[in-house]
Design a protein around this ligand. Structure first.
Ligand SMILES: C[S@@+](CC[C@H](N)C(=O)[O-])C[C@H]1O[C@@H](n2cnc3c(N)ncnc32)[C@H](O)[C@@H]1O
Length: 195
């Protein structure tokens, strides 16, 4: 797993951890905002694979999915989990960064990124790149922890200063896209962007 460009030592866990990947409350809020159908989905920041597995259960076989992460260990763990669950068909896992992705403009109709933004080196560049590869009319859903979440049992580098506040992220996104909706909870926030 990478954190602000540096490798951090986290043993990838199976899904189900509320604070690693994401828990049920976050899944429910994401599901309310996802479109009913999607042809090509990109999940940015594969991590523990929780969101990828969640998407795969929701959208099933006809939808093609890609997920990128700079960490080879993380990708290998996600690949193993998907195979164990019989969910690997139609999923492409790629080593890469949100800031510069190997996809054509407008390739995806749904892009998600869950609890990843605070790991990236450059939040505006990550957002610009996600927006670039989103098709016109497509949906981008980003969820991340707020600085207040540093009280959660995160390990290693997660200090208050390492998170970007919901309002700051919203401000960055509003400067780059027209249709941005922010929803907030005490420890996390969600941004839904339509292109
Ligand atoms: C907390 S995990 C994400 C959880 C994951 N979305 C899930 O559903 O299980 C954060 C992930 O972001 C990845 N990451 C770090 N820097 C990144 C970057 N610049 N672009 C994309 N992913 C990055 C890390 O390697 C790590 O696997």
């Amino acid at each position: 797993m990478y954190f602000k460009g540096k490798k951090m030592h986290v043993v990838p866990k199976a899904e189900g951890h509320e604070h690693f990947g994401h828990g049920q409350e976050i899944k429910d809020e994401l599901a309310k905002r996802f479109p009913q159908t999607a042809k090509r989905i990109l999940d940015v920041g594969t991590g523990f694979g929780s969101n990828l597995i969640f998407l795969k259960h929701l959208y099933g076989k006809p939808t093609l999915m890609w997920s990128i992460d700079p960490s080879q260990d993380t990708l290998a763990n996600a690949e193993r989990l998907l195979k164990e669950k019989g969910l690997s068909e139609g999923v492409t896992l790629l080593k890469g960064n949100a800031e510069k992705m190997p996809f054509d403009d407008g390739f995806f109709d749904l892009i998600t990124s869950v609890m990843v933004l605070h790991h990236t080196v450059d939040v505006p560049a990550s957002f610009r790149e996600m927006y670039r590869v989103l098709e016109k009319g497509g949906t981008l859903i980003i969820a991340d922890w707020k600085p207040e979440a540093h009280t959660l049992p995160f390990k290693d580098h997660h200090h208050e200063k390492d998170f970007v506040s919901a309002t700051k992220t919203e401000q960055i996104f509003r400067g780059l896209a027209e249709d941005v909706k922010l929803s907030e909870w005490p420890l996390w926030y969600l941004l839904k962007v339509r292109k």
